[in-house]
Design a protein around this ligand. Structure first.
Ligand SMILES: [Zn+2]
Length: 324
C-alpha cells in the first residue's frame, strides 16, 4: 500500500493533476495521529529512516496509504482503510442517502441526414424540450425496491412536540406584514396545544385519565383548527419542549405537566389535595417533587432518554452552577 512514485519522480502517474499529486502524497512525517482544523485525519507517520524501493525510487512512511494488514492478507487486494474518525463522520453514511438519486441531463440528437429528410417531409419545428431529458439512474435493486413499494425510510414511534408556556406567554407565528394588533387580539393567537388541552379536559371527562404528555396517544392535534380531537389510540408519544432548570416558574410548570391529569386551567395545575398554590414551584413542593433532590433525579431521569453524554454533562454543570 505504497502510493507513487509520483510528482517530480513520475510526472505521468495517474494521480498527477496540474503538476502535483491530487492525493497529496508524499504526506509529511507526523509524530501522532491528529485531526486537523477541518476534521480530517492526519495519520502518524514515523520518521524512522525505513523505506522501500519502487520503480527505482526510495519511498518511506510518507507514501504509505492507510490500510489494514489483516484485510490485505486475507483478500490479497488493495484495500484502503480509514478507521480514525470523529462522530460527524456519520454524515457520510446519511448525507448520501438523503442526497437523492444519481442524475444526468442528456439530449437526443438526430443526425443531419435524417433531420434533412424529416424536415422535407414534415415542417413542424423541432421540439427541443422534448428532446431534452432529465434522467435518473436506478440500479436493479433500487428499481425492485421501489416497484414493490417497500418503505424508503420510516420512523417509529411518531412524536408530537408539545408546547409549554406560562399564561399568555406563548409564541405566535405570523407572516411578514401581518397587522400585529389584530393578530394579538385574535382568539387563535391565544390557542395553543396547552390551552386547548385545558379546553379538552373541560369538555371531555374521558380525557381526565391522561397527562399532557400522554395526550397524543388518544388525541390528535389539528393545527389548522387549533384543537385536539379524539383518535383511535396509537403508539404516538408526546414530548414537552425542553425548559432549562434555571427558567423558574416555567420549569416547575413543565414538571407538573409531566404528572398532572385532567387539568382545566393553569390554576388546576397548581392545585393539589384541594389547595391551589400561588406558584408552580409551591405546588411542586406540596407534591414532594422537590424533596431531597428529587427534582434533579426527575430532571436526569427524563434527560437520559434523549440526551447524549455531552449534553448530560452540560446539563449537570448547568444544575451545579445555576440551580441552587
Ligand atoms: Zn500521487
Amino acid at each position: 500500500m505504497i502510493h507513487g512514485p509520483c510528482g517530480v519522480d513520475n510526472k505521468t502517474c495517474p494521480c498527477m493533476k496540474k503538476g502535483s499529486c491530487s492525493k497529496h502524497f508524499p504526506k509529511t512525517f507526523q509524530a501522532e495521529t491528529i485531526l486537523d482544523e477541518f476534521g480530517f485525519t492526519v495519520y502518524k507517520r514515523r520518521d524512522d529512516g525505513r523505506y522501500v524501493i519502487k520503480n527505482g525510487k526510495k519511498l518511506d512512511n510518507r507514501n504509505v496509504v492507510p490500510y489494514n494488514m489483516k484485510l490485505l492478507k486475507k483478500y490479497q487486494a488493495h484495500i484502503n482503510v480509514e478507521w480514525c474518525n470523529k462522530s460527524n463522520m456519520i454524515k457520510y453514511l446519511f448525507k448520501y442517502v438523503t442526497k437523492g438519486s444519481d442524475r444526468t441531463k442528456c439530449y437526443f440528437e438526430t443526425s443531419t441526414q435524417t433531420m434533412n429528410r424529416s424536415n422535407s417531409e414534415n415542417n413542424a419545428p423541432r421540439n427541443e424540450i422534448q428532446e431534452y431529458i432529465d434522467a435518473r439512474f436506478l440500479s436493479t435493486c433500487e428499481a425492485f425496491w421501489r416497484a414493490y413499494e417497500f418503505d424508503i425510510h420510516y420512523r417509529l414511534p411518531s412524536v408530537e412536540r408539545l408546547t409549554v408556556h406560562l399564561p399568555n406567554m406563548n409564541f405566535v407565528r405570523y407572516k411578514k406584514g401581518t397587522d400585529l394588533s389584530a393578530l394579538v387580539n385574535s382568539p387563535a393567537a391565544k390557542k395553543t396545544m396547552l390551552t386547548e388541552w385545558f379546553e379538552g379536559n373541560k369538555k371531555h371527562t374521558s380525557a381526565h385519565n391522561l397527562t399532557y404528555c400522554d395526550f397524543p396517544k388518544e388525541w390528535t392535534w389539528d393545527s389548522s383548527a387549533r384543537h385536539w380531537r379524539p383518535r383511535t389510540p396509537s403508539e404516538k408519544i408526546g414530548r414537552i419542549y425542553y425548559v432549562s432548570p434555571t427558567a423558574g416558574e416555567l420549569y416547575y410548570l413543565r414538571m407538573l405537566l409531566m404528572i398532572v391529569k385532567g387539568a382545566c386551567s393553569y390554576a388546576d395545575v397548581r392545585t393539589f389535595n384541594g389547595v391551589t398554590y400561588s406558584t408552580f414551584k409551591e405546588a411542586c413542593e406540596a407534591r414532594g417533587l422537590l424533596d431531597s433532590d428529587n427534582e434533579w433525579h426527575l430532571l436526569f431521569d427524563e434527560a437520559i432518554l434523549s440526551a447524549n453524554s455531552y449534553q448530560l454533562r452540560q446539563l449537570f454543570v448547568t444544575v451545579l452552577c445555576f440551580a441552587q
